[in-house]
Design a binder for this molecule. Structure first.
Ligand SMILES: [Zn+2]
Ligand SMILES: [Zn+2]
Length: 329
């Protein structure tokens, strides 16, 4: 076999288009990977809809589980046949002030998988081996895919919540259903806020052990120590601020959000804070996979064939499934 297939985005707002290309040869430091599964993340929707702007044309997909088929010169730590995960962070410069300070998630010259370098909505892909992770055996291929962004960047958001005991999650999709399992395992209480009237998501949250589930227009029964907003809805920021106690933190976990409406300073007063989470570091990934395997996290997945990537994006946009969507070549 010399050809690969991929679902390519030519222009934001257009449907992805199936393309055939020669299977690429890995450059020094790269691995060639046969894709086994690739998760569909909300960020892929933001890319496809043009909410954020990267390289075009682009093959989206940054929750890639694959098998190593070939190694470029100088690759260390992986061998042909290994099962690996390719995350959103695809490359960093190693030289900017952020990289040197151990904050590679904020690198000035990064590459992001499925955004500024081709990703996993494909039968094959290339990756810089230094940014890939081994996948623990406890996870199946399809089940592991959502861990690579929803899980991993969600975990970074959870770390930003410090030792908060009462945690609110706004938006109960792929990230929240993974992070709820970790937070509960850590002995925290999880309060799940979904779209008002979305009884199915609320039931799903309760089935995972969340203490409380309701609409984002409802008040939590107790003041929260911290809240993490996974939904791309700016109006949830003032709502979450009202729900956290004095000194509490509101963490915005997504890459894009609608504008945040104005709110009274009194809602921020008393040392409440708002912060965002950007990308991931390799350290986050290593720590996350250790914990996820210990719990062990069970992901709820809905699979689509690779050729139905557009249908998977539509289903995500419309909130038609619980948990995460995963493409299988
Ligand atoms: Zn850098
Ligand atoms: Zn993502």
């Amino acid at each position: 076999m010399t050809k690969m297939v991929a679902m390519q985005l030519d222009q934001p707002g257009r449907r992805l288009r199936q393309v055939e290309r020669p299977i690429p040869v890995p450059a020094p430091g790269e691995v060639l990977v046969e894709v086994l599964a690739c998760g569909v993340c909300r960020t892929d929707l933001h890319v496809a809809d043009g909410d954020i702007h990267g390289t075009l044309p682009i093959i989206p997909g940054h929750e890639v589980v694959g098998r190593v088929l070939a190694l470029g010169n100088g690759v260390e730590g992986f061998a042909i046949g290994d099962r690996i995960g390719i995350p959103w962070l695809g490359h960093t410069c190693g030289a900017c002030p952020y990289c040197r300070a151990g904050e590679e998630n904020l690198c000035d010259e990064p590459l992001f998988t499925g955004f500024t370098r081709d990703g996993g909505f494909a039968s094959h892909t290339l990756a810089d081996a230094r940014y890939c992770f081994p996948i623990p055996d406890v996870f199946g291929d399809v089940e592991a895919a959502p861990l690579l962004c929803a899980g991993l960047i969600g975990y970074r958001s959870l770390r930003m919540a410090g030792d908060a005991r009462r945690l609110g999650f706004y938006g109960f999709g792929a990230a929240a259903h993974i992070l709820a399992q970790i937070a509960l395992w850590q002995g925290r209480e999880v309060y799940a806020f979904s779209r008002p009237g979305d009884a199915k998501s609320q039931q799903f949250a309760r089935s995972l052990g969340c203490q409380w589930a309701g609409g984002s227009d409802e008040a939590a029964p107790d003041a929260l120590d911290a809240a993490i907003i996974f939904a791309p809805v700016g109006a949830l920021v003032p709502a979450a601020l009202k729900a956290v106690r004095k000194g509490g933190t509101v963490i915005c976990a997504g890459i894009h959000m609608s504008d945040i409406p104005g709110f009274p300073y009194a809602d921020l007063w008393e040392e409440r804070s708002i912060r965002s989470v950007a990308n991931l570091t390799r350290e986050d990934g290593t720590e996350f996979f250790e914990i996820a395997a210990q719990v062990p996290v069970k992901t709820s997945v809905t699979t689509f064939p690779l050729s139905e990537a557009n249908e998977a994006l539509d289903a995500l946009r419309e909130g038609r499934f619980d948990g995460a969507a995963v493409l299988v070549p």
